[in-house]
Design a protein around this ligand. Structure first.
Ligand SMILES: NC(=O)c1ccc[n+]([C@@H]2O[C@H](COP(=O)([O-])OP(=O)(O)OC[C@H]3O[C@@H](n4cnc5c(N)ncnc54)[C@H](O)[C@@H]3O)[C@@H](O)[C@H]2O)c1
Length: 255
């Protein structure tokens, strides 16, 4: 198979929907061998079937990215099948959409565990084979809100700020081993997660209009546009890029 990721083994978490799914499709088109992880088993199987029909080599692992034993089991199964991990894109995440007084400890834990702990557990799992191979690319997912702030999303903003700091820590620690670690920083991207957050607003249409207007480019982003940036960071085209936050935010943070 030809392509910018020809023969590379790529693990994508949160692959059943949105940005993770768009990235799986993009990576497959570039010749990657894919291990897709999500807690939505039916969504994973649907995606894997269409990728397989198009000729891609695909493994699926369904479960929670925030459970240590599950992540280790998935990692071992992926290594048994493919023999290594070249790329990790850790996209599993969600937001709760509440301010601190309205956030129960259980809701706080759920958001921190998926977005931050899940990024840590999967990075740690992928680092073992990457360190042996002395090469690899890890891409985490931050958010424009981690830099700009935002209302009524306390746990999510805290988690995404943590993801950005985790990315920088990993980038510095593992650069000497030939491993690059970066983050994409999406703006509001039109995915099921964003649609759920609009639906939670008192006036969903007004919330969407405010979000569109907040981007200097005057629209929401598409998951495929984030996937393109992830592909760059995963590929050899980004060979001197590590510790970077690559904004795909329609100008949100510039304005
Ligand atoms: N859509 C946006 O506007 C936006 C903006 C900034 C950042 N992000 C981030 O991008 C990433 C992808 O978001 P999306 O918009 O594509 O969302 P999405 O809801 O469309 O997809 C997220 C996927 O993650 C999976 N998932 C969630 N929790 C999981 C868990 N604990 N274990 C395993 N799988 C789990 C879901 O089942 C789903 O398939 C997230 O990290 C999100 O925070 C999204």
């Amino acid at each position: 198979m030809q392509g910018r990721l020809a023969g590379r083994i790529a693990v994508i978490t949160g692959a059943a929907s949105g940005i993770g799914q768009a990235t799986a499709l993009r990576f497959a088109a570039e010749g990657a061998r894919l291990a897709l992880v999500d807690r939505d088993e039916a969504g994973l199987r649907t995606l894997a079937a269409s990728l397989g029909a198009a000729g891609a080599e695909v493994d699926v692992q369904s479960g929670d990215v925030a459970e240590e034993a599950t992540v280790e089991r998935h990692r071992d199964a992926i290594l048994a099948r493919f023999g290594g991990i070249d790329v990790l894109f850790a996209a599993a995440g969600f937001s709760s959409g509440t301010s601190a007084p309205d956030t129960t400890l259980a809701a706080w834990d759920a958001v921190i565990r998926t977005n931050l702990t899940g990024s840590f557990l999967w990075s740690r799992a992928a680092l073992a084979p990457m360190r042996s191979a002395r090469s690899g690319s890890i891409i985490l997912v931050g958010s424009q809100l981690a830099f700009a702030g935002g209302r009524a999303n306390a746990a999510y903003l805290a988690a995404k700020g943590g993801v950005v700091s985790l990315m920088q820590s990993l980038a510095v620690d593992h650069a000497p081993e030939g491993i690059r670690v970066n983050a994409v920083i999406p703006g509001a991207i039109d995915t099921p997660m964003l649609r759920r957050s609009f639906a939670r607003a008192a006036e969903p249409a007004a919330a969407e209009a405010r979000s569109v207007a907040r981007h200097p480019l005057g629209r929401l982003g598409r998951p495929e546009e984030v996937a393109e940036a992830v592909l760059f960071l995963a590929s050899d085209a980004a060979s001197f890029t590590t510790g970077a936050c690559l904004r795909v935010d329609g100008g949100w943070l510039a304005g």
